[in-house]
Design a protein around this ligand. Structure first.
Ligand SMILES: [Zn+2]
Length: 409
């Protein structure tokens, strides 16, 4: 192993939970050496070579994990849907709520009405909660603009969040999220606009790192999804998909055919889907927040993902309708209690496998030499504690790109 004799900082005194290969790989009494924002050495203190450091930080016990990665969110939106949430619990049906202008269309209306500053400020507020829990990388999708100008507006706000906050932000264009109200149910027409006008502009202005779609009876068919994917591929953009959330359409197999970074939700995914995903190295992103809020019964086929070796990630799906989640750590617990993941699998789901779902596994997601120095110190005895506590906020110290991150944003 090569490493510089002099580095910027040394971090010692805690157990390292490296998550190499998606496993804990604990190193007791570990040390991390950081230089120019990257990890240049790590291991047990007893093996520390002769390295001088400009700064030495010593933790008094506890554990250090990789920075958390939330690989599926819809954090930018106007308004919220708490009134609808209450109406539903007072017995009103989805159809009645939709007839009163509720549902996703109400979020589209509020998002269109908001200017960039308003969207930036409200998303900033929500994102803070995630950052306080150790998130150092987040993916955010568009998909509430549903016309060219408003989709572009959302993507610009997403880019700005990455420039104004100490968090790495990945932007995804989810224009194929719902059929815009102006298209009165004609999804084909909107897909043509997305493929022929919106995506080329998004690619040219470098406003997105990936393209996503919602493949479902109430959204876009596999054929429409395939068109969006083909357009994305033509522009050199990787794809991912909301698939098999409410029914089995083999969307995740379609995603695998396009070497998708991930297929997400997957409650109704089949064994064949899992096999196709494994062959394409497509990550299964599990979203227990939406499953919980919608009181779904069908669980994603975790056993099939394990059997075929499909990496599983866990994300917040933070959105105003079906998953108003502001805690990724709570999702760790729900992935275990609702879907049967082990705490080790859940933790891999917000670190190494979440990095893979964003196409950044080579540089992020585990404590390894050469990777970006994003890591979190937690004053707890073992990693399972991060999954175990419900509610409250565990104090943590975040090291972001090699520097201690201020917790006031
Ligand atoms: Zn989503």
């Amino acid at each position: 192993m090569t490493y510089p004799r002099a580095c910027d900082s040394l971090w010692s005194g805690a157990t390292l939970v490296t998550m190499k290969d998606g496993l804990y790989h604990l190193i007791e009494d570990g040390v991390i050496a950081v230089h120019q924002g990257k990890i240049v050495w790590l291991g047990a203190r007893a093996q520390l070579p002769e390295i001088t450091a400009a700064e030495h930080h010593h933790f008094d016990g506890g554990i250090v994990t990789p920075g958390f990665i939330d690989c599926h969110t819809h954090l930018v939106f106007g308004g919220d849907r708490s009134a609808e949430f209450e109406m539903r619990l007072n017995g009103m049906s989805y159809a009645e709520i939709a007839a009163q202008g509720g549902g996703i269309i109400s979020t589209v209306r509020h998002t269109r009405e908001a200017d960039e500053n308003e969207l930036l400020n409200s998303a900033h507020q929500r994102l803070q909660h995630l950052l306080k829990e150790g998130v150092t990388t987040v993916e955010i999708k568009s998909g509430y603009g549903l016309d060219i100008d408003n989709e572009i507006k959302m993507l610009r706000v997403i880019r700005q969040l990455g420039e104004t906050l100490p968090v790495e932000v990945y932007a995804t264009c989810l224009a194929a999220h719902a059929i815009p109200p102006e298209f009165s149910g004609d999804g084909d027409k909107w897909v043509d606009v997305v493929c022929e006008q919106l995506l080329p502009r998004v690619a040219q202005e470098k406003l997105a790192d990936a393209v996503d779609a919602f493949c479902e009876h109430l959204a876009f068919s596999p054929a429409q999804t395939e068109k969006v994917f083909a357009a994305a591929r033509g522009l050199g953009l990787p794809v991912k998909l909301h698939a098999e959330q409410l029914s089995a359409l083999a969307g995740s197999s379609l995603a695998a055919r396009f070497q998708a970074l991930s297929a997400d939700h997957l409650e109704y995914a089949t064994n064949a889907d899992a096999q196709a995903m494994a062959a394409a190295n497509t990550v299964a992103v599990l979203l227990p927040g939406a499953f919980y809020l919608l009181r779904e019964k069908q669980q994603p086929p975790v056993a099939a993902f394990r059997e075929h070796g499909v990496p599983m990630a866990v994300a917040s799906d933070a959105n105003p309708g079906t998953s108003p989640v502001l805690s990724l750590r709570l999702m760790l617990n729900m992935a275990c209690t609702l879907f049967g993941l082990t705490p080790e699998e859940a933790l891999a789901g917000v670190t190494l496998h979440a990095a893979q779902a964003l196409g950044i596994r080579e540089s992020h997601g585990s404590l390894e030499c050469g990777k970006v120095a994003n890591f979190v110190h937690w004053p707890v005895a073992r990693p399972a504690e991060l999954v175990y506590w419900l509610g409250g906020q565990l104090p943590c110290t975040v090291i972001y790109q090699g520097e201690k991150r201020d917790s006031t944003f």
